[in-house]
Design a protein around this ligand. Structure first.
Ligand code: NAD
Length: 479
């Protein structure tokens, strides 16, 4: 990653605050309420020891609750060596505004553990995760009605299953124990479509953007996603799914994939699945035979393309490289990939940025569906699917009867019949709910972006919509 040593570059937490301030300055909030919404309510630091490999190792974990105007508070838990208080607080703040923007009824939180998961065996990670869960649970920092974590960088379904199981062991009579975390595997109370949700949300966000010719015009790009050249940074959960869906379903050409140890490039389009497969088998992208390998991966961030998708970590586009970034459209799949300083530079250049608050909200949206599923103890679609199919069959049979009785010679195509007859299962319902959420949230942001003379970018618009909703919540129920 190109580190910015520019003294004008703020830290991650300050960067989020500056973005908040830029929007709040255009709003009519009392100074007291503005400050209440800006600050992080509480950050807890836990330190615990685990005996591993014959030694006691001390780990440091964080959970930050940014705003409890709605509960539970929600936000992922990240495993990375550089996790720190600034970072979790910035990410927790983003969660508050993200949930408000996509109308998910949660407050914002985030957690992290200072650890490099690649240094530990799975059974050791399980011990560490279970101990971390214990530390969080005894302080109600994981709880189905108060605080619900999810996966983030360095964590996945596997860690969520350990956390859910450990919480359930500590709370044997809590019938809703499984709702204490989301992003669990299906067999542990998860939901279809959660693993892909954030990447799928990025795809839906781009589709919605391209539905509005006036918005696309601001980028200077031609209409439609088909054939667009895309560069993705980070082929983890979010980046992989976004790139795969955009290539397979929307005709995009993934011309560059950047990882921590290099990048691959091919103007004709890369095989995303093959690259992911290589990374899975070799632990990195170095030496990947798909496309041309480039050692200085970050250089590709500055390469010509239509859409740039930073999907790895924060601060990767900063004052050291923003001026040279050529993509006219950037969609922030990661949280905070563009620093406040870089954001100013890009805005001056006319780059359109679809902000993280909105772009990666697919994960928390489907987490919300999973939490509702856990509390209702029934899979979505279980009651209505076959009834829906029977209802559709009535219509098909009636059409066929009419055609036969009156010698009309109508014949429904077999493809139409089978597609029309299929009732919606959980995955279809989850995708429908996610698509609806991404469309509506984009429109609320867009209304402010295009409707106000003093708002010139989608990020400020997103913050205005979100802050107004949090403010309305405080005004309605008090502090
Ligand atoms: P992940 O751990 O699955 O993937 C991250 C990927 O980025 C990995 O492949 C890693 O090797 C790569 N990477 C790390 N450092 C890099 C660097 N310096 N340069 C290039 N690549 C690098 O994590 P994820 O869950 O996909 O999360 C990625 C981003 O998306 C984070 O900012 C996270 O907060 C955000 N996010 C994730 C979710 C989710 O549901 N997982 C939801 C919302 C936002």
């Amino acid at each position: 990653m190109r580190d910015s040593t520019d003294p004008r570059e703020p830290g991650f937490r300050e960067s989020v605050d500056l973005m908040f301030n830029r929007a709040a300055a255009l709003m009519d909030l009392s100074p007291g309420l503005e400050q209440k919404i800006r600050v992080c309510n509480a950050t807890y630091i836990v330190r615990f020891g685990v005996r591993l490999r014959g030694h006691i190792h001390t780990f440091t974990g964080y959970r930050s609750n940014h705003s409890e105007h709605m509960e539970p508070v929600k936000g992922g838990i990240r495993y990375a060596p550089v996790v720190n208080q600034q970072e979790v607080e910035a990410l927790a703040a983003l969660m508050t505004f993200k949930c408000a923007l996509v109308e998910v009824p949660f407050g914002g939180a985030k957690g992290g553990l200072c650890i490099d998961p690649r240094e530990w065996e799975p059974y050791e990670l399980e011990q560490i995760t279970r101990r971390f869960t214990y530390e969080l649970a005894k302080r109600d920092l994981i709880n189905p009605s108060q605080n619900v974590p999810a996966p983030d960088m360095g964590t996945s379904e596997r860690e969520m299953a350990w956390m859910a199981d450990h919480y359930a062991r500590m709370n044997t009579t809590d019938i809703n124990a499984r709702a204490c975390v989301t992003g669990k595997p299906l067999n542990s109370g998860g939901i279809h479509g959660r693993v892909e949700a954030t990447g799928r949300g990025v795809q839906y966000a781009l589709r919605e953007f391209f539905r509005h010719p006036e918005d696309v015009k601001k980028t200077g790009l031609s209409p439609g996603l088909d054939g667009k050249k895309v560069i993705v940074q980070g082929l983890g959960n979010v980046g992989y799914h976004a790139a795969k869906f955009l290539a397979e379903e929307d005709g995009c050409k993934i011309v560059g994939i950047i990882e921590r140890d290099g990048a691959v490039h091919d103007e004709a389009g890369l095989d995303v699945v093959a690259v992911r497969d290589w990374i899975g088998r070799h632990g990195g992208i170095a030496g990947c035979p798909v496309g041309e390998f480039i050692e200085d991966g970050d250089a590709l961030l500055e390469h010509e393309c239509a859409i740039l998708i930073p999907a790895a970590l924060e601060g990767v586009i900063n004052l050291s490289n923003a001026e040279r970034v050529q993509a006219p459209l950037i969609i922030e799949a990661a949280n905070g990939p563009i620093t406040f300083g870089a954001d100013e530079v890009l805005r001056q250049k006319g780059t359109v940025i679809i902000p993280d608050l909105y772009a990666n909200a697919g994960g928390v949206t489907v987490s919300y569906f999973e939490w509702v599923k856990n509390l209702s103890h029934i899979r979505f679609g279980r009651l209505q699917r076959r009834a829906e199919e029977a209802h559709h069959l009535l219509l098909i049979e009636e059409l066929e009867r009419l055609s036969a009785d009156r010698n009309l010679g109508w014949e429904l195509s077999p493809d139409f019949k089978s597609r029309y007859l299929r009732g919606a299962g959980e995955l279809e319902l989850v995708r429908s709910g996610l698509d609806d959420t991404m469309r509506i949230a984009y429109q609320s942001m867009r209304e402010v972006w295009l409707g106000r003379d003093d708002v010139h970018d989608l990020r400020t618009a997103a913050f205005i919509v979100a802050i107004e909703r949090v403010a309305a919540s405080y005004r309605a129920k008090g502090l």
